[in-house]
Design a protein around this ligand. Sequence first.
Ligand code: FES
Length: 158
Amino acid sequence: LARGYHENVISHYESPRNVGSLPKHDADVGTGLVGAPACGDVMKLQIRVDESGIISDVKFKTFGCGSAIASSSYMTERVKGLTLEEAGKIKNTEIAKELCLPPVKLHCSMLAEDAIRSAIRDYRLKRSKLTEGQKSGFIDVTQSVISGETVATAHPGM
Ligand code: FES
């Protein structure tokens, strides 16, 4: 890494935390995959969310510059133990400040902000689909119980 970078960046760049992947088909995992239009770098960030809505595990893989790697590494440490709401509020300016990124590297921290938001969105989408699946499962059961009667409309309250 070039001279002039703050030690926080160098630390996260040289020994990035939480590198790796989570199984993306798990129901409690959200995957964010984003790219930076400015340079073409790509970041994948995944969260695992426990039953109380807390981020219990985070992993990332970044194909990008040192600042992007440092930003994603920082982000994984920052969001662990937070609720989705809290994690979704983290701004790239906070990351840039913590890592003392120069202005020309601001878009690298933006990638980490985009990635966590995208992971949260993916997780929520997955959950809502799952809930819908459970609901339609419930309707099926209801229909089979009402034998001989055609239930054409959805169950009230669905
Ligand atoms: Fe592309 Fe940093 S130069 S993310």
